[in-house]
Each structure stands twice: as C-alpha cells, then as structure tokens.
Design a protein. Structure first.
Length: 243
C-alpha cells in the first residue's frame, strides 16, 4: 500500500481486493487448460478468443489455491496507511484534532484486522509520521497507532513474514541504527540503548602483530629530533625544541 494520493491500491480495502483477485487469477491459470487471450483479441462475434494456457500445470483447485496464497501477498506499510488521516471524515466537525485522530485510529485498526482475517498480509513496514506526509520518523516519534497495530500482527495466525523498520528522517548519520532503536524501545520494551557494534580501536591495529608498533614514539632525541624541529615546527613555535 502506498500513500493515499498514489491511486488505486493505497486504500486497505483496495489492497485486499488486489490480492484476492490476483490469487483467483493465478488459480485459474494453474487449473484451466484454456484461457481468454490476455491481449484481448476477439472473434467475429465480439467474444474473447480462447488460447492454450501456457501456465497450465494440471493441478487441482486446492493445490492451486495453496500456491496462490503462498506466493501472492501484500506488503502493508503502517506509515503509508497513517497518511489517510488527513482525509478522514469523522462526521462531526466539532471534534478536536486529537479526537478526530482517535476515531481515525479505530477505523485504521479495523482495516488492519480485516486484512489480517483475509490472510493477505505478507510483509510489514514500520515508519512513523503525523498523518500528513510519509516522513519516515522512527516508531514512536509520530502518531501512527504502532503498538496496537503490532498487537494485531502478533496475533495473526496467518502472518509468517518479517517486520521491516524503515529509516529516512532520523537526525544523525546513523539513521538505520536510530530507526531500529526506536522500534525496539517503542514496540519491544527492549532495554538496549545502542545497536551499532564497537568499532576497532587504534591499539587493536597497533598491536596486531603484522604491522608492529604503529603509534608515534613518546619523544624524539638526538640528530633526528633536531632535524624534525626544523622541518616540522609550527610557524609560531619555530624555535621550540622537540624533546
């Protein structure tokens, strides 16, 4: 499901219809030796021409339905779905913005339950926003009903897919890490406060054996020290000895 403005398939009911109709078409292709010409060719009477079905596999309907269900599923993005909030008609113009959003959340979660019951969900994408734009905030930073949404997904006996956390608007260069951290903190009650691993220290390389000692010596003495003083001294300390 894409954002509300992106046409057919972005609405949860349309998304469900696409999956169900696509599965029905796949079952037809797997079980019927002849199908209507996909190019829409018609005979002299205006009826669609029947052609040999190149996808026919001599399967019974039950086998074909299982294959269609396993292979045709929907990716549902809760952040995209939350952008329908700006179009939601609460049928009461006197409601505050918060009250209207609560009614929208009830509607949205009912739509998710319907998708879950229909068994069409195959992948979940998590990102947050405030119901107007697909801002890709970390879970918990916007107002999408994340926790209740995930409760529905956890209880879905048909759902076997992954939950993908999307990143994009996190403030630091470690956007993916911050997005994951937000998801764990908001949805998994995790006590983890960092997720990136500790990087190698300079001493790890210095004492690795192959490179020997890589760090500079603590002091420089003798003729080598005097030449370094002339070659490398800063302009403001050109006469300062190195020792």
């Amino acid at each position: 499901n894409m954002m509300a403005e992106w046409g057919y398939g972005s609405h949860p009911e349309e998304l469900k219809n696409i999956i169900i109709k696509s599965r029905e078409q796949m079952v037809k292709y797997l079980t019927e030796p002849k199908i209507e010409d996909p190019n829409g060719k018609k005979d002299d009477k205006g009826k669609l021409i029947m052609i040999q079905n190149p996808y026919y596999r001599k399967l019974d309907r039950k086998q074909a339905e299982k294959i269609a269900k396993d292979h045709i599923k929907a990716t549902f993005d809760i952040g995209h779905a939350n952008t329908w909030a700006k179009y939601f008609n609460a049928e009461n113009p006197n409601l505050s913005e918060d009250e209207r959003k609560k009614k929208f959340d009830v509607w949205l979660l009912d739509q998710v339950k319907d998708l879950s019951k229909a068994g069409v969900l195959g992948h979940i994408h998590l990102s947050d926003n405030f119901g107007y734009y697909d801002e890709h905030l970390s879970p918990g930073m916007g107002n999408a009903p994340m926790e209740k949404f995930m409760e529905i997904i956890r209880k879905d006996p048909n759902y076997e897919g992954k939950v993908i956390v999307e990143w994009g608007s996190q403030p630091s260069v470690e956007q993916r890490s911050e997005a994951m951290l937000g998801a764990w903190a908001k949805l998994a009650s995790s006590p983890i406060y960092r997720i990136e691993g500790r990087g190698p220290k300079w001493t790890d390389i210095e004492n690795s054996g192959y490179f020997g000692r890589m760090s500079s010596p603590a002091n420089i003495v003798g003729n080598y020290g005097s030449s370094m003083g002339k070659d490398w001294a800063l302009w403001s300390y050109s006469e300062a000895p190195i020792e």
